[in-house]
Design a protein around this ligand. Structure first.
Ligand code: AR6
Length: 185
């Protein structure tokens, strides 16, 4: 567990279950269909209940009939979750690193943060996007995640808290090690 600030924003890196977070928004590592899946996505829909899926279906009908493109983000209610909102984003599938994966992963973080700010939200929690089913190596992903959030917060001071929720001890330690470097801690 690690805690520090960037400008006015507190950053926390913790081990836990994102579906238990009481932040204004939690971020879902979704797929383009927005119809649910395994991993974090499955856990969020199971615990959040049917309202989330209903809103996802509406988004598919209106904004994104062909699915949510990789790197983009949309927002729904948090349903029965403690979080008020779920921000659904799609990280890239890892193809070895030469298919624009790092840029797309950075977009997923940036667009999620921008959406939270545009909705007036103050606190947001991220899982480690793309590092489960999508196969993105955790060390590389931790660099993109932390660097992107750092650069965002250097330009934007409206968020009170950004939390990174890691599901395993090794993942937590990887993020902590990267954070020490990137934030000069
Ligand atoms: N809280 C926090 N982190 C979790 C939780 C949880 N409850 N459950 C899993 N993780 P993944 P992806 C971690 O596979 O790689 C889905 O089927 C997990 O250990 O959830 O972006 C979607 O529908 C890993 O570190 O997301 C897509 O099809 C991280 O969350 C696809 O998987 C991300 O793993 C997206 O793959």
């Amino acid at each position: 567990m690690m805690e520090f600030t960037v400008g006015k924003t507190k950053i926390r890196i913790v081990k836990g279950d994102i579906t238990e977070q009481a932040t204004d928004a939690i971020v879902n590592a979704a797929n383009p269909s927005l119809m649910g899946g395994g991993g974090v996505d499955g856990a969020i829909h199971r615990k959040g209940g049917p309202k989330i899926l209903e809103e996802c279906k509406k988004i598919r009908k209106t904004l994104y009939p062909n699915g949510l493109p990789t790197g983009k983000a949309v927002i729904t209610t948090g349903g029965n979750l403690k979080a008020k909102y779920v921000i659904h984003t799609v990280g890239p599938v890892w193809h070895g690193g030469t298919k624009g994966e790092s840029e797309l992963l950075a977009e997923a973080y940036k667009n999620s943060l921008s959406l939270a700010v545009s909705k007036g939200l103050k606190t947001i929690a991220f899982p480690s996007i793309s590092t489960g089913a999508y196969g993105y190596p955790i060390e590389k992903a931790s660099r993109v995640a932390l660097k992107t959030v750092k650069e965002f917060l250097e330009k934007e001071d409206k968020l009170e808290e950004v939390v990174f929720i890691l599901f395993s001890q090794p993942d937590l330690e990887t993020y902590e090690k990267t954070a020490k470097e990137i934030f000069n801690l």
